[in-house]
Design a protein around this ligand. Structure first.
Ligand SMILES: [Zn+2]
Length: 413
């Protein structure tokens, strides 16, 4: 599988080189197809990649250009060996031949690899349950530090959900309270965002013994690095230690994603209308390091906060809420963010210094004096903005969060 994934990555790089060097009038799908065929015949280690997977690389590459031209992403680039996520496509479902062998295990045919067992975690339309409307149409294998995973692409026919008549709720996404809800039903994962000394806890999703193990591994890695002579290759032992560190981190990431999945499902089931604020996450995590002429202040704290923001993965929470509310028949809306954390949700005044600490909000308006959790206050403001009719018109398509202002959406609804 590793060889296939490396071949797929190289195929992308060759394709990118070929495409960008070719005169514009000679670039075509047929020419690219012929070039891939020739490459697979003449370079034997590219032949490791099945023909269908090579076609999938071409399809993804052309889609990357389309995304670029329509303003959804940047210009496609070469894929490096170290940073690229290893993945292989199986674009046709009939090659997969999925069977269930056990309550927890299934078998799948991977081209040029053979029959492989996989953990059965989701209901798949196979055997008697498969028909023209409900079937597996393809799969993608992805590698992370814990191993290879398979994601099936399926096509199903679903009945239109009945409109959800549950209550309305505003949600504030934060670091201290991960999801603060306007009715006070805050969702917390019970992992303290900060260490006792006040700095952001980078490994909050690891248990104490796992944290101790991580520290030990990092010390071991540092020691081995220190003993490495100049120009010497990284030893197998050091690579092994790095892999163990990556595995622990990957386990933490999975825990975070699991909490997110469960929480967003519960919210979508309980509430009929879910409102969040439109966040500009890329602006929030800009580096504090500054330039050589103007160095930034509080660099360490800011980078710790950045890591906390990145770990909460708000963009993914918003994406999950969007599709899960739609599936439950609910309504999902975004409201513009400015001022939601500084305005009082009781009287509507924005008074200076009302946010006493990161967690506490005290209204300085003499006629009000509302005291409460700052994130709860922001969530109530979010819901209020929605009720006042400030909901943003959502853009259909992908990558809503990262798009720059001047760029047009994929299709206006
Ligand atoms: Zn007030």
């Amino acid at each position: 599988m590793d060889d296939q994934a490396h071949a797929a990555r190289t195929m992308w790089n060759c394709l990118h080189d070929w495409w960008t060097m070719l005169p514009k009038e000679r670039r075509s799908l047929a020419a690219a197809d012929a070039a891939i065929r020739q490459a697979r015949q003449e370079i034997d280690w590219l032949g490791v990649l099945p023909a269908q997977a090579a076609q999938a690389v071409l399809k993804t590459y052309l889609q990357a250009w389309r995304n670029c031209w329509e303003g959804r992403s940047g210009v496609p680039n070469f894929k490096t060996r170290i940073r690229t996520v290893m993945s292989v496509d199986v674009p046709q479902g009939r090659d997969l031949n999925v069977t269930r062998v056990h309550r927890r295990w299934g078998m799948v045919s991977i081209p040029k690899v053979g029959r492989v067992r996989f953990r059965w975690t989701q209901d798949l339309p196979v055997g008697k349950r498969a028909d023209a409307d409900n079937r597996i149409t393809g799969a993608r294998m992805v590698k992370d530090p814990l191993g290879w995973h398979i994601a099936f692409r399926i096509q199903t026919r679903e009945s239109k959900p009945v409109p959800h008549t549950g209550p309305e709720v505003g949600i504030d996404l934060g670091v201290n309270v991960p999801l603060a809800l306007s009715d006070g039903n805050h969702q917390n994962h019970g992992r303290a965002p900060r260490l006792p000394d006040g700095t952001a806890d980078r490994d909050k999703w690891l248990n104490p013994d796992e944290k101790a193990k991580l520290l030990r591994l990092e010390q071991r890695a540092a020691q081995r690095r220190a003993h490495r002579g100049p120009g010497e290759k990284t030893s197998r032992r050091l690579h092994h230690t790095y892999d163990q560190i990556k595995q622990l981190r990957a386990r933490a990431t999975r825990r975070a994603a699991d909490w997110q999945c469960q929480t967003t499902t519960a919210i979508a089931k309980q509430y009929g209308t879910v409102v969040v604020e439109q966040l500009q996450i890329t602006n929030m995590v800009t580096s504090a390091r500054g330039t050589i002429e103007e160095p930034g202040t509080n660099v360490a704290q800011k980078s710790g906060l950045n890591r906390s923001i990145a770990q909460e993965a708000w963009g993914r929470t918003v994406t999950m809420l969007a599709y899960k509310t739609a599936r439950c028949g609910g309504t999902f809306a975004k409201v513009p963010a400015p001022g939601t954390s500084r305005r009082c949700s009781m009287c509507g005044h924005t008074t200076p210094g009302s946010r006493e600490t990161q967690a506490l909000f005290v209204c300085k308006n003499p006629g009000c004096g509302w005291i409460g959790n700052a994130d709860h206050n922001a969530a109530r403001n979010v819901l209020h903005l929605y009720r006042m009719g400030h909901a943003l018109i959502p853009a259909a398509g992908r990558a809503v969060v990262r798009r720059a202002k001047r760029v047009k959406p994929a299709a206006a609804r």
